[in-house]
Design a protein around this ligand. Structure first.
Ligand code: FES
Length: 194
């Protein structure tokens, strides 16, 4: 299956400017706290967390929000675009409430990741790279999520669903609809710590 959903930017294409953007007062306060972590001459190091704040606030990254971050950081817009186009965790189009990222790299592939993607496609009535008509779920295929010993792995927003099985897809989706992230198996590192 071809990689690339159009939700992640892997090439430099000017994004839609989108609506005017400014942090909420709470996010502006958080941004000011974050930039303090870095020496003034390395202020650009705060671009990544600054973009996370944009995405948390607006759901995805637009041209106007990149320009806003560039101005706040004091760098060029190209510096911000470089980050957005390099890292796949930034979305440049609207996504669903839950972004399901199915790992398709070797360990997960050998453990049936493709069957899981197919089961999710069937359950949600969409293809990988799409968002369901209710705007609740976006389905993506991604490369290694770093939990190969618990393959197959699905990342759901910032949470984990490990040791996934195609036959559990119905339960997973219905669980997310009714219980939210509590429906996920979580990361075994957290489970073992608790
Ligand atoms: S191969 Fe899937 S998490 Fe590493």
């Amino acid at each position: 299956m071809p990689y690339g959903s159009g939700l992640h930017r892997s090439e430099r294409v000017l994004p839609e400017p989108g609506p005017a953007f400014a942090y909420t007062p709470e996010n502006l306060q958080e941004f000011e706290k974050v930039v303090q972590r870095y020496p003034a001459e390395h202020r650009r190091s705060a671009i990544l967390p600054a973009l996370h704040l944009v995405q948390a606030q607006q759901g995805y990254i637009t041209g106007n929000s990149m320009a806003y971050v560039a101005e706040r950081i004091g760098c060029s817009r190209a510096d911000v675009e470089d980050m957005v186009s390099f890292y796949t965790m930034y979305f440049t189009r609207p996504v669903g409430t839950y972004v399901l990222q199915v790992c398709r790299t070797l360990s997960c592939a050998l453990c049936g990741a493709e069957r899981i993607t197919e089961a999710l496609e069937e359950k949600l009535g969409i293809r990988a790279g799409q968002t369901d008509p209710t705007g609740t779920f976006t389905l993506l295929e991604v490369e290694c999520l770093g939990a190969c010993d618990r393959a197959p792995v699905i990342m759901v927003n910032d949470d984990w669903h490990e040791c996934a099985r195609p036959e559990d897809v119905d339960t997973l989706i219905e669980g997310l609809r009714t219980r939210g992230p509590a429906a996920l198996t979580g990361c075994h590192l957290h489970v073992e710590k608790d």
